[in-house]
Design a protein around this ligand. Structure first.
Ligand code: DGL
Length: 271
């Protein structure tokens, strides 16, 4: 395989940019082709069948762009679709759940772990399955926090309404004496300060976006597939709708809106 091929990354919308940001930080020489399914977001309340069908379509699109690996940046798609689609893909596929679960299993001291995510991610029980596979003695408490996604997209990051919602969602988990919480949705790392404030400093927050970039670096290194860095990467972003909203979000999240890392292109594309 040509080591200088791009990496495909997809998400239900803008949230996967939190994963792109970590990849850009850790692997600045890599070129990224991103697909955000902004026309069909959210995935969090859709069925496994629907999320799998959408994820398959997007994976095929990314494969048609000759990517060397696919990162499923969306927690819901990783929970519902990755196992199926991975078997159909000629290139390695990586989701966000396994790296996040590994780190949380290593971080917990009392074996009591909270997982927050979309309804789909929590319903799938996949974080729990991985965590208990690594640490069979652990107790995992899941909590769906659907309001966090629109709050982030509204830009209400450090806001009293968000603090109130956070207290309400997290009270159940905190009553279970969890010492570690997995931020199991693309948008939640952006609420890290508010969630840490609610949970208290003694609780460790795990960001699967960061852990996924670490895992991707390991995987590409092991396979001898790291980009040789011979030229500045030209990233490409595709969305299925709402390019302007995406552009604004990208500018607020990515280092210099991605421009620092090379050229950035944005296109609307219907699957
Ligand atoms: N990207 C989704 C996730 O990480 C959150 C937004 C959605 O519901 O589609 O699960």
């Amino acid at each position: 395989m040509d080591r200088n091929l791009p990496i495909g990354v997809f998400d239900s919308g803008v949230g996967g940019l939190t994963v792109v940001k970590e990849i850009m930080n850790q692997l600045p020489q890599e070129e990224i082709i991103y697909f955000g399914d902004t026309a069909r977001v959210p995935y969090g309340d859709k069925s496994k069948e629907t999320v799998t069908a959408y994820s398959r379509q997007i994976t095929r699109f990314l494969l048609s762009k000759q990517v060397k690996a696919v990162v499923v940046a969306c927690n819901t798609a990783s929970a519902y679709a990755l196992d199926t689609i991975r078997t159909e893909s000629p290139v390695p596929m990586l989701g966000v759940i396994e790296p996040g679960a590994k780190t949380a299993a290593a971080a917990t001291r009392n074996g009591r772990i909270g997982v927050i995510g979309t309804e789909g991610t929590i319903r799938s029980g996949l974080y729990e399955a991985y965590l208990r596979g690594i640490r069979p003695d652990s107790q995992v408490f899941g909590k769906a926090c659907p309001l966090f996604v629109p709050l982030v997209e509204e830009g209400w990051i450090e806001d009293d309404v968000t603090r109130q919602v956070s207290r309400r969602y997290l009270s159940e988990l905190l009553a279970q004496n969890v010492d570690t919480i997995v931020l199991g949705c693309t948008h939640y790392p952006l609420l890290r300060n508010v969630i840490q404030e609610t949970a208290g400093e003694a609780v460790t927050l795990v960001n699967p976006a960061y852990e996924t970039a670490c895992e991707l670096r390991r995987m590409l290194t092991d396979r001898g597939c790291l980009n040789d860095g011979g030229k500045a990467p030209a990233h490409m972003f595709y969305v299925s709708d709402g390019a302007e909203k995406f552009r604004k979000f990208a500018h607020s999240i990515l280092p210099c809106g991605g421009a620092e890392a090379g050229e950035v292109f944005l296109k609307v594309f219907s699957l």
